[in-house]
Design a binder for this molecule. Structure first.
Ligand SMILES: *[C@@H]1O[C@H](CO)[C@@H](O)[C@H](O)[C@H]1NC(C)=O
Length: 316
């Protein structure tokens, strides 16, 4: 394709993970196993929450949304990564690259907003236990989920349209395993000032604001526990908030480490490994973090596998 005297790129080359050729099969198996674990773990959470009426509470409905988001998030990058690991020439068409970027941002931001909704839910549950059922009404929960979707659709569409304006000329090699927005910007040969400004502004909205809101909710939770310290209250707070807090730290820890503290000597290898952390490892661990120490989910799992539930749900 040629426009004027400028070559227009029709596909990108995804360099993938920095691994030696003789270790490729090993890593292929490892990543395939991690992807399957992610899919199965998150599907299990969604199905359990759907089937068990004990789990039809705001906290678990948000968790089920989060699992759905995790499942989609890893499906944006993993199948292409696995496919490219098997190919000599790991390419992705231009349109495919923008599509991948769109959905990557969509589910990453959705996850961020859902984590805020979950933190707000815990805040109301612990600080205003008596008003919990009236405050966290099904209507409010649905509104929070819909708002998260609307915001994330708008934000990722804006980033993608701004990226589609840019022209790419000579260099089409992405030193990454998916079409990362910042890696693509480095390849563009037109002016990227607007893109950088929008990333800076919306990045604040999507990373800093949710992080602050979550931090505030937990600050309130901690201070309300310290006001009336009781062993029971502390145990309750830890059991319901602990898993959420671990997910939050895992998610924001890697993102903040990557985007807000980019040191000059960060090699591409390090960046890629961090990206593996939040695109592959975090969505895989989320369902386990939520279910391992959670009595409700364990109970639901037990009920789902015992005959009693079958009779119970058949009798309903
Ligand atoms: C997401 O949350 C909403 C509102 O709480 C709920 O109605 C819906 O079933 C959830 N979706 C999934 C996939 O769990």
């Amino acid at each position: 394709m040629k426009i004027g005297n400028q070559t227009v790129i029709s596909e990108f080359l995804l360099l993938g993970l920095p691994i030696e050729p003789d270790q490729r099969d090993l890593f292929y198996a490892l990543f395939l196993a991690m992807y399957l674990t992610t899919i199965l773990g998150n599907l299990l959470i969604i199905v359990l929450i759907r089937l068990d009426s004990h789990l039809h509470t705001p906290m678990y409905l948000f968790l089920s949304n989060l699992s759905f988001s995790d499942l989609c998030f890893s499906s944006v990058t993993m199948p292409k990564l696995l496919q490219n690991m098997q190919k000599e020439y790991p390419s992705i068409p231009y349109a495919g690259c923008l599509t991948q970027m769109y959905f990557f941002l969509l589910f990453a931001d959705l996850e961020s907003f859902l984590l805020v909704a979950m933190a707000y839910d815990r805040y109301v549950a612990i600080c205003f236990p008596l008003h919990y059922t009236t405050t966290m009404s099904p209507k409010l929960c649905l509104s929070l989920v819909v708002l998260s979707w609307v915001l994330t659709i708008f934000i990722s569409l804006l980033h993608t349209l701004l990226m589609a304006r840019l022209s790419f000329c000579a260099d089409n090699v992405i030193p990454h395993f998916f079409c990362d927005m910042s890696a693509l910007l480095k390849l563009a040969c037109s002016d990227i000032q607007i893109n950088e400004m929008v990333i800076f502004l919306l990045g604040g909205l999507v990373i800093i604001v949710p992080f602050l809101l979550i931090f505030l909710s937990y600050a309130q939770i901690v201070s309300s526990i310290l006001k009336v310290p009781s062993a029971r209250g502390i145990r309750k707070a830890f059991s319901t908030c602990g898993s959420h807090l671990s997910v939050v730290s895992l998610f924001y820890g890697t993102i903040i480490g990557l985007y807000l503290c980019p040191s000059a000597n960060y090699s591409t290898v390090k960046e890629t490994l961090m990206a593996v952390m939040y695109t592959v490892v975090t969505p895989m661990l989320n369902p386990f973090i939520h279910s391992l120490r959670n009595q409700d989910i364990k109970g639901a799992l037990g009920r789902a596998f015992s005959k009693q539930t079958i009779h119970f749900s058949l009798g309903q």
